[in-house]
Design a protein around this ligand. Structure first.
Ligand code: SF4
Length: 309
């Protein structure tokens, strides 16, 4: 019987060795999950990490379904399990492969850029993926084509439009968690902490982005605080990242800008569920090989562009 958190961690550590498992965790995961992970990162970092795993038999993915699917697609010879496979992403579910096919039919010949927050089926219907860290670079790489379809996050799409000064054809998806943050909250918190800098994620609304000092992916937030003279930040993305930021930059103060920036799906992972997944090996994430091969082309295209200077 594993009673205390330390008992559970000890059992996880024993099993991860026995099973030759690597534990990956997104920066939105609960603090105690991040603390036992072999690697903590954003979607792009986790994709790169998953693709590079060579000396493990099992990947325990602490995040949401689309991320585990991406790990499975990039690492087809390894078993990928999720501690709670019911952890989905409402934004990813705002578009399906059928809906994307109908969207493409209305815009023949237009390339499709697909945010990684999407199902494997949707990626398989897309030309190239992007993350919030590289979306601008990926869209720019397509050149001066008349139309580019961007799915499913309209707000990341609008951020790219603003950065590049060009229009995209946007799917009207959004993240319900980031949607809750409005400019009035930023104004109120700035009045309370006038010396703080505000950083928000490009999944927030355009009026929210306009009120912030920085619009950054989670990985870019971590990079910014590694070497900064700024003492205090108001953090406008899912609250899990505050743990990552505090570990990265203990000299800074990080304050959650809103109590509503908490993704319920990201919080489904717990230490007992990780232990259970390692014990049973039953919560396997698998992707149909035909879909996986097509989706991999879109992910590989992203990784290729992203690595270019
Ligand atoms: S924070 Fe938003 S985009 Fe990320 S998993 Fe949760 S619902 Fe999806």
């Amino acid at each position: 019987m594993n009673d205390t958190p330390q008992d559970i961690i000890t059992a996880i550590n024993r099993l991860r060795q026995e099973r030759r498992a690597v534990i990956l965790a997104h920066t939105y995961q609960p603090a105690e999950v991040q603390d036992i992970a072999d690697y903590v990162g954003d979607s792009y970092g986790l994709s790169v990490q998953a693709a590079a795993i060579k000396d493990a038999d099992l990947i325990v993915f602490c995040g949401v379904q689309f991320m585990a699917e991406t790990a499975a697609i990039l690492n087809p010879t390894r078993k990928v399990i999720m501690p709670d496979p019911s952890a989905g992403c409402p934004m990813a579910d705002m578009i399906t492969a059928d809906k994307l096919r109908a969207f493409k039919a209305k815009h023949p010949g237009a390339p499709v850029v697909c945010y990684v927050n999407s199902t494997a089926e949707v990626k398989a219907e897309s030309d190239i993926c992007c993350t919030s860290a590289n979306a601008v670079k990926i869209v720019k790489s397509l050149g001066d084509v008349p139309e580019i379809l961007f799915v499913p996050d309209q707000f990341l799409g609008k951020f790219v439009e603003n950065q590049l000064g060009r229009k995209l054809v946007l799917w009207e998806g959004f993240c319900p968690t980031h949607y809750t943050l409005g400019p009035e909250t930023i104004a109120r918190m700035k009045a309370e902490y006038p010396d703080a800098k505000v950083m928000v994620h490009p999944e927030t609304r355009p009026d929210t982005q306009a009120a912030a000092d920085y619009i950054l992916s989670t990985g870019q937030m971590v990079d910014l605080v590694k070497d900064t003279n700024i003492k205090r930040f108001l953090v406008g993305t899912e609250e899990g990242i505050i743990h990552t930021l505090r570990k990265t930059a203990p000299h800074c103060e990080f304050i959650a800008i809103s109590q509503f920036l908490r993704c319920p799906n990201m919080k489904k992972t717990t230490l007992p569920k990780i232990l259970n997944a390692l014990e049973t090996g039953e919560t396997v994430i698998s992707v149909d090989p035909v879909i996986a091969a097509k989706a991999k082309k879109a992910i590989d295209a992203m990784l290729d562009i992203s690595r270019r200077p």
